[in-house]
Write a protein that binds this ligand. Structure first.
Ligand code: CR1
Length: 808
């Protein structure tokens, strides 16, 4: 999609005039942003149309990625990059006296996800389009995204994220593609013709699902795929039933909010209804499209792959069965064989509380026909297993319905041909520890697909200065093929290159330091070590371990005022689920410790703590390029993969890591000498569990350093945390420190000392940093989605993709 400066400027002015009857000088940043966005959309719409026309003409097999979360962040800049418009637009706007950055600033950060899972889905969407693969997203158009976080007196306060307030230039409402979704009512099976049972419904509630499509533009390849997000409305025929505003509101609530909790939601019924709503709407629209191909429904698996991203869309399985059975008149056996070939599932966590279960009563009431189908899937599974060699215990452990609950992961596994984890260790644990019975039943279904990140957003766009150094040093091929970042290894002894990379890092640190000063009033020096932990606040991620180390450093300085550690800025970004009190307690403690340390003259600016509010994709784009140290310190076995570890490495940060999730693969890629690992291993963790031999209190009693740190929480050293400090103390000592923080404390401190030592030897540090960048190409989501495409979805690019980039 090429455009010249002259064309752009002319068209831009015309459009601004047409939209707002204004000239450039009178327009606000928002008006300019909307003008640019709508102009871009007009420009890629024909490619978008072409892309799906080509898929249709070739009867191309497509994947539909069902995810209850997508976390794209801002789209303006990445769309410009992928359209190959970025430079021309930047320069053209500048000629007109407009700074592109100001337009980027007014775009709302689209936050329809909680964290890693949603962001991964968005990286995949970018990569699928950029690799020319036929794939689409399917999700929910939440009216409110993940809450906005504010700190008041050090406490997290949640505010609504009304992101649609000023409209959304990227989406297209497709009224003609709306479908109806049914809830509640009574259902019974009637013999409509001899031997054929059909469901008959009474008193159902019908809702309208209206799709809003967003184009996913491939990187300079002229392809545009679709993410389809569904919004609820009241169908015209049903209007009479909902006369009061309250009644209407209750329905419209269905797609109003993203549940900001990965584990225990309130409003469970609404959440379950959300799950069915986007699943049913998505599958209906897939089947409707498939029918235009004029192919027998018996062959739908040759044209359609459906991916279940974590268990939230697991109802895909019974919903697809419902359509094949009730609407397409297939037999159970036929329908089941097809469903298995179509469905695949990714598990993203082994944390027990995040394993979804729904009460039988609730599913039965909300989705009576779907419940019948789940029951039948389960009945046949149990029958089948009992005929085979499996003992009763295996069957008991794997069935879908037990103790009045429906186990969604079991449904997803039984109904899919592929089950994958998101890093090598995690996939191994699924087989050996979390789901061993399923592994014994379906050994061939289990596989690994290590996560990846979109290097376009996480390097090309967010770190322009490093990108320029790379272009100058190793050429530009890395922009298409990130594995070429390896070429950088040829320059590890080149002082000039090392210096240039360092200067680019310093520039990014300066940019972040300015932001920190503007937003929190804290002054930090770009010459300090920027030590970064950015991720959701969760006990297993152990932000507490980080805080305890900071307190130790503080106590060391107080005790020994002459000590001269290298100055450090500890940077945090993290939201806690609103109902997760322990996580909120940790936020409060970090904030109060920051108050104490940042204002203590004895510290002489050797330590600063900065907890930036409202961590989101845009903030990550600012922090990551400025990081020196990447904190990946979860308890081994608990972090399925992590993806910020990959983003930070790609930007030259050195990882300080436990042997957890993808950290292990990062270590294998960069080698032991370019990463700092510490902490107990998975085997040690499981040994402790098995022998129940962990005693946190003994660390408290026997290690004076630990004792002094822990006491700071309760003895008034850190002010204003009377209750919170006690809660932390109790979690560690009374409740035996669930995530082995005290066990790993000493080795963490040692690892931190090693980091400091390496940093002080700048030449050494710069080499470590370079090697991290050079090896990060292995962690791109382009590679990850290609593996999904080949090994799970069995999809391919258009036959002529690459010559004509797949288009007419
Ligand atoms: C995991 O905790 C992983 C992402 C993406 C998260 C994290 O380690 O990188 O998924 N899981 O795979 C999650 O959000 C609900 O589960």
């Amino acid at each position: 999609m090429k455009i010249t400066k002259e064309q752009f400027q002319k068209e831009f002015k015309n459009r601004l005039n047409e939209k707002y009857a204004m000239g450039v000088e009178d327009a606000s940043a928002n008006e300019l942003y909307n003008t640019l966005g709508s102009m871009m959309r007009a420009a890629y719409s024909s490619k978008w149309h072409h892309t799906w026309k080509n898929y249709l003409a070739n009867q191309q097999k497509q994947v539909y990625y069902f995810s209850i979360e997508f976390l794209p962040g801002k789209l303006l800049e990445s769309n410009l990059l992928n359209m190959d418009w970025l430079e021309v637009v930047e320069e053209s706007l500048e000629d007109m006296g407009i700074d592109l950055k100001e337009l980027i600033n007014v775009e709302p950060d689209m936050g329809l996800g909680n964290g890693g899972l949603g962001r991964l889905a968005s990286c995949f969407m970018d990569s699928i389009a950029s690799c020319g693969l036929p794939g689409n997203g399917n999700g929910i158009r939440y009216q409110y995204g993940l809450f906005k976080q504010k700190f008041i007196d050090g406490y997290q306060v949640e505010l609504p994220d009304d992101w649609l307030n000023n409209g959304n230039v990227w989406e297209v409402r497709k009224d003609s593609k709306a479908v109806n979704v049914h809830f509640f009512g009574d259902v019974h099976l009637e013999e409509v013709e001899y031997g054929k049972l059909k469901p008959v419904y009474k008193n159902q509630q019908m809702l309208r699902a209206v799709p809003y499509d967003t184009g996913m533009i491939g990187y300079k390849n002229e392809m545009v795929n679709t993410v389809r997000l569904w919004s609820v409305e009241i169908p015209a025929s049903e209007e009479v039933h909902y006369r009061s505003i309250e009644e209407r509101r209750a329905l419209e609530d269905l797609t109003a909010v993203l549940y900001p909790d990965d584990s225990n939601e309130k409003g469970r019924l609404t959440r379950l209804a959300q799950e069915y709503f986007f699943v049913s709407a998505g599958i209906q629209s897939i089947v409707r499209y498939f029918k235009t191909l004029n192919v027998s429904i018996h062959n739908i698996h040759e044209y359609v792959a459906i991916h279940i991203n974590d268990t939230h869309p697991a109802l895909c399985i019974p919903e697809f069965m419902r359509i094949l059975l009730d609407e397409e008149d297939l037999t159970w056996e036929e329908a089941w064989a097809i469903t298995l070939k179509v469905m695949s599932y990714t598990n993203h966590t082994i944390m027990a509380e995040a394993m979804e279960k729904w009460s039988v009563d609730m599913i039965k009431r909300l989705l009576p026909r779907i419940y019948q189908i789940i029951e039948e899937i389960d009945r046949r599974f149990v029958e089948d297993m009992s005929l085979k060699v499996y003992d009763g215990k295996v069957v008991e452990n794997t069935k879908i319905i037990k103790h009045g609950e429906v186990h969604m992961a079991h449904l997803a596994i039984i109904g899919s041909h592929s089950i994958n984890g998101v890093a090598k260790l995690h996939s191994e644990l699924l087989k050996t520890t979390v789901l061993p019975d399923f592994y014994s039943i379906y050994p061939n279904r289990f596989n690994n697909k290590t996560n990846g990140i979109a290097q376009r957003r996480w390097l090309q766009l967010s770190n322009r200065s490093l990108s320029e150094v790379l272009d100058k040093t190793i050429g530009t091929t890395w922009r298409h093929d990130p594995l070429d970042l390896r070429l950088l290894l040829n320059y590890q002894d080149d002082e000039k290159v090392l210096e240039e990379i360092y200067q680019s890092k310093r520039k990014n640190k300066k940019r972040l330091a300015d932001f920190i000063e503007d937003h929190s009033g804290i002054v930090v020096s770009p010459d300090a070590i920027f030590d970064v932990q950015i991720k959701r606040l969760h006990a297993y991620k152990r932000q507490l371990l980080n805080l305890m180390h900071i307190i130790k450093c503080y106590q060391d300085i107080k005790e020994n005022p002459e000590s001269k550690p290298h100055p450090r800025v500890f940077i945090f970004g993290a939201k806690a689920a609103p109902s997760y009190t322990y996580a909120k307690t940790i936020i409060k403690c970090i904030n109060e410790t920051a108050q104490l340390i940042n204002n203590d003259p004895d510290v002489k600016d050797l330590i600063k703590i900065v907890f930036l509010e409202n961590y989101n994709v845009s903030l990550a784009e600012l922090i990551i390029p400025a990081a020196d140290v990447s904190e990946q310190i979860s308890l081994a076995t608990k972090e399925a993969s992590g993806t910020s570890n990959m983003k930070l490495m790609l930007n030259g940060a050195v990882t300080l890591a436990t042997l957890d999730g993808a950290n292990i693969e990062i270590r294998d890629a960069v080698g032991d000498e370019n990463i700092c690992t510490f902490g107990i291993t998975k085997d040690e963790v499981y040994d402790y569990y098995q022998n129940q031999s962990y005693s946190a209190v003994s660390y408290y009693e026997n290690d004076p350093v630990i004792r002094r740190v822990i006491e700071a929480f309760i003895d008034g050293t850190i002010p204003n945390i009377y209750h919170e400090g006690t809660e932390i103390f109790d979690s560690l000592i009374r409740y035996n420190d669930e995530f082995f923080v005290l066990r790993d404390f000493k080795s963490y401190v040692e690892a931190q000392e090693k980091i400091e030592e390496c940093y002080k030897d700048q030449n050494h540090w710069r080499k470590m940093s370079l090697r991290n960048i050079a090896h990060a190409g292995a962690f791109t989501s382009d590679e990850t989605v290609k593996n999904y495409a080949d090994e799970i979805w069995h999809i391919d690019t258009l036959p002529n993709y690459g010559d004509e980039k797949g288009l007419e």
